[in-house]
Design a protein around this ligand. Structure first.
Ligand code: NDP
Length: 434
């Protein structure tokens, strides 16, 4: 713990996983004998670098860039890049650590990594974003590759940023190696359904969870935090499955629309115009904007889908969510629920779909993008979407079985951690002491 002492989010993520693994370690002495827990909690490699860039007024700025190559035992490192002012090593390490287990759960051969920068993309011009991305890739390119480490998007990194990053990679390498990054545009090797994959996958997973408990999404009222990539496509699939989404948010506040959110408006405001969510209410009578966190709002819903950022739901907000009538929580964001709030939800028998399992559809589809890139071929939307659905059903099944195997009943939080861990741990043990 000591050497990671200021990395609060990382320590939180490790504590959550290690707590679930206690029964597994007890049953498998080989894990202890080979110090697999100590090894898995230390990244194989961490790269920290300078990212200088010039703004529109000719002023030079310096940001810090990160890439943590956490675990490559089952495949090349894979995980997104986050551009947000809150980024520091503790955030990238928590994300990279979680990514190991999530990627393992997908059943695909991908290791865990994550990266990003403390750069704030808000209120930057397109030229500033491009120059930042070029500078970032001018250092990152030497550490990545289709068989080495394959970044993707995350908060603040969408299709525009991926385009600039890949353009600079291609320019420096002088080769069209588009398997080096995922989330690409469709014209240069992106996969159909990748944009939708995390949000859709979340809903496929939540539907499986409800089905296993004799329930379903149809007819449910849903609240979502965030209005970015994950939130938008979670809303789209939820609506398609017959639910009504009544709330969405950004970091300043949330909108409530009892008739159901009009997603076309949200898509235009966020994906095209890059505006704040509060603009929505100007266009929709009967909708309301409230400042503050959506999970502090008092209104009725059956399912809560946190799709913004880590630690979005603490104990107080968890209590409020239950008071609002929620029976299930599906984590679209990474680590959106604090550890005490997770335990509280489980105690209250709220159905909890944990991030590692529930939001794995994004990275799984990224891995399918890599497959298509190496075949120099592309599948139809339907083909990718069907594969995504199968993967989410299988993740649910693996988490379920692992939880049962260790006598934990229907506990997807523990089950996902256990199933994700065992595959990586076994690969690590067979590969010796690395
Ligand atoms: P986006 O940048 O597209 O959207 C992020 C959303 O979350 C925005 O609405 C943003 O509001 C809000 N948000 C960000 N930071 C905060 C904060 N500190 N407090 C409150 N709200 C905040 O990101 P994504 O949708 O891609 O990612 C959302 C979550 O899902 C993250 O946790 C990410 O790690 C996770 N995830 C994403 C995957 C993907 O495929 N994209 C895959 C798996 C997980 P604002 O605009 O005001 O900042």
């Amino acid at each position: 713990e000591d050497r990671n002492r200021d990395e609060h989010e990382f320590l939180q993520a490790v504590e959550e996983v290690f707590y679930s693994l206690e029964p597994v370690i007890e049953k498998h002495p080989e894990y202890k004998e080979t110090s697999v827990l100590e090894r898995i909690a230390e990244p194989e490699r961490q790269i920290i670098f300078r990212v200088p860039w010039v703004d529109d007024n000719g002023v030079v700025h310096v940001n810090r860039g990160f890439r943590v190559q956490f675990n490559g035992a089952i495949g090349p490192y894979k995980g997104g890049l986050r551009f947000h002012p809150s980024v520091y090593v503790g955030i990238i390490k928590f994300l990279g650590f979680e990514q190991i287990f999530k990627n393992s759960l997908t059943g695909l051969p991908i290791g865990g990594g994550k990266g990003g920068s403390d750069f704030n993309p808000k209120k930057k011009s397109d030229g500033e974003i491009r120059r930042f991305c070029e500078s970032f890739m001018t250092e990152l390119y030497r550490h990545i590759g289709p068989d080495v480490d394959v970044p993707a998007g995350d908060i603040g990194v969408g299709s525009r940023e991926i385009g600039y990053l890949y353009g600079q990679y291609r320019r420096i390498r002088g080769a069209f190696k588009n398997g080096v990054i995922t989330g690409k545009g469709l014209k240069y090797g992106g996969s159909l359904a990748r944009k939708e994959a995390t949000g859709y996958g979340l809903l496929y997973f939540v539907e499986e969870m409800l089905k296993a408990n004799n329930n379903s999404i149809k007819g449910k009222v849903i609240a979502i935090s965030g209005s970015g990539n994950v939130a938008i496509y979670a809303c789209e699939k939820a609506t398609e499955l017959g639910a009504k989404v009544v709330a969405m948010s950004d970091s300043a506040g949330y909108i409530y629309h009892a008739d159901g959110i009009n997603l076309d408006t949200v898509k235009r405001l966020k994906e095209v115009e890059r505006k704040r969510i509060k603009e929505y209410v100007k266009e929709h009578q009967g909708s309301k904007y409230h400042e503050g966190n959506v999970w502090e709002g008092k209104f009725k819903y059956d399912i809560a889908l946190p799709c913004s950022t880590q630690n979005d739901i603490d104990m107080e907000r968890a209590k409020n969510i239950i008071e609002n009538g929620a029976i299930a929580v599906g984590e679209g964001a990474n680590m959106p629920t604090s550890n005490d709030a997770i335990k509280f939800f489980l105690k209250k028998e709220i159905l909890l779909a944990p991030a590692k399992a529930a939001n794995a559809g994004g990275v799984a589809t990224s891995a399918l993008e890599m497959v298509q890139n190496s075949m120099r071929y592309s599948w139809s939307f339907e083909e990718v979407n069907n594969k995504l659905k199968d993967i989410m059903i299988n993740i649910h099944k693996s988490a379920c079985e692992a939880s049962k195997e260790y006598g934990l009943g229907y506990n997807l939080v523990a089950g996902a951690n256990i199933a994700g861990f065992k595959k990586v741990a076994e690969a690590m043990i067979t590969q010796g002491i690395y």
